[in-house]
Design a protein around this ligand. Sequence first.
Ligand code: AMP
Length: 209
Amino acid sequence: MRGRIILLGPPGAGKGTQAKWLVEKTGLLHLSTGDLLRDEVARGTELGRNAKAFMDRGDLVPDNVIVEMIQGRIADAKGFILDGFPRTVAQAEALARITSVDAVVYISLDREQVINRLTSRRVCRSCGRITNTLSDDSARGGTCRDCGGELYQRDDDRREVIENRFDVYADSTAPLISHYNEAGILHEVDGTRAPEAVLAEILAVVEAE
Ligand code: AMP
């Protein structure tokens, strides 16, 4: 099994959903820098207060803050699924100094698809389930299909912020596709396919010898 995995792709490609399912299937540790940052914001820590302005605009939090936040967690883990990290070449270089990576799964989705998905995305306050108002009837009613909890829209899932997040992705994160392709560890998956089909493809990569 490949136990040190990066999920790469634009916002809304399904990295968070896939990471949660992969954890259930593989027992690997899920490390999402976005979730860690939102937790820092919710707890009102100094890191969270500093990061919030960047996040609200859809800009990247500075590399040194991110690397410092995550490096201990990565160094201590036997295996991991990185979701939302690295997001710049500098972060990828910092990661390479901490550990090696077995596979990078690039979940592809174009700009228009990203905007459609993120404007309709909802997250459950109780169980963290990620859903959307396009395909899920109960999401339109504001209630989680799994646990009955309240669904909310992320602060940064507003149209103008989403557009900036995509542009930031295209400028700063997309170069990682060729970076990891040149390293021979990139696997591309079509993110427009049904989430279950995407999962099956990722599992095939993770479970390969
Ligand atoms: P996400 O949940 O991955 O979409 O991340 C939400 C926001 O957190 C991003 O728009 C950035 O502002 C910030 N963020 C998350 N991960 C990183 C990262 N690796 N580098 C810089 N900023 C990040």
